[in-house]
Design a protein around this ligand. Structure first.
Ligand SMILES: [Zn+2]
Length: 246
């Protein structure tokens, strides 16, 4: 990982790099703006350790136009993010990394899909890029009874529990208030999150606990490892099709 020397990295010679991606943005009155980045950092450590991968420090800034309206959100344009991620991933490819696993710990990165598809269609099989998007794990957490709330989108039971587990000194449970907007998620394309939820919370943070947070980290790390492993084995097993390896 990034705490090791180049000699130590050369000795292990990993072919997989893990790139966690967070965001800097409001998380209601009870969580710090670093929430997504802090979660990405912790999940990255767990996934990289499990997979014997080279861990890159979590990116603190990505795309979050939906959070506009109150000071504290920092973003880049989607095209900038696309270019930045392409540069980072190709720098890894140049050094002999064959696989890059992206851990997406912020929902509002809609350019991730074209980024994945473009890199894999251009460079497969020399380079394989897979995504584990933590938003997609909430249904499983709910079904397995690890969480109660099925309304989580932002600063709810999941993120609040995770922050209680790793940075409890930054969580203000006395200010946590549940709020589930009357509009669906795509309405973030039509107006900032504060139009849908005045507090900026979309979910049920009052259900959170540190114990749940640790269970959520454990299960999401397993689900992320599985999602990345499955995607790499699917891509790795493909034969040349017509003029392309994609
Ligand atoms: Zn978040």
């Amino acid at each position: 990982m990034y705490r090791n020397t180049v000699d130590e990295i050369a000795e292990k010679d990993p072919e997989l790099a893990i790139l966690p991606v967070g965001s800097l943005e409001q998380h209601g009155a009870h969580l710090p703006i670093m929430t997504d980045w802090a979660i990405a950092s912790e999940l990255g450590r767990r996934v990289a350790r499990e997979m014997g991968a080279f861990l890159i420090p979590a990116l603190p800034i990505s795309t979050n136009r939906e959070q506009m309206g109150r000071k504290g959100a920092v973003w880049m344009e989607s095209v900038t993010f696309y270019q930045m991620m392409t540069d980072i991933i190709l720098s890894l490819k140049t050094q002999g990394f064959r696989k890059v696993g992206i851990l997406q710990c912020h929902g509002g990165i809609f350019i991730m899909t074209p980024l994945l598809r473009d890199l894999n269609s251009r460079y497969n099989p020399e380079l394989m890029v897979a995504l584990a998007d933590t938003c997609t794990f909430n249904d499983t957490l709910c079904r397995e009874g690890i969480i109660q709330s099925s309304t989580e989108l932002h600063a709810g039971e999941v993120e609040t529990s995770q922050m209680l587990a790793i940075a409890p000194e930054t969580v203000h449970m006395d200010r946590a208030a549940d709020f589930v907007p009357a509009v669906p998620r795509p309405y973030l394309n039509y107006g900032s999150i504060f139009r849908a939820t005045p507090s900026g919370v979309w979910g049920e943070p009052t259900l959170a606990s540190a114990k749940k947070g640790e269970l959520i980290f454990r299960r999401t790390a397993q689900l992320a490892v599985q999602a990345l492993t499955d995607a790499f084995s699917y891509m790795g097993a493909k034969e040349r099709f017509g003029y392309s390896n994609f």
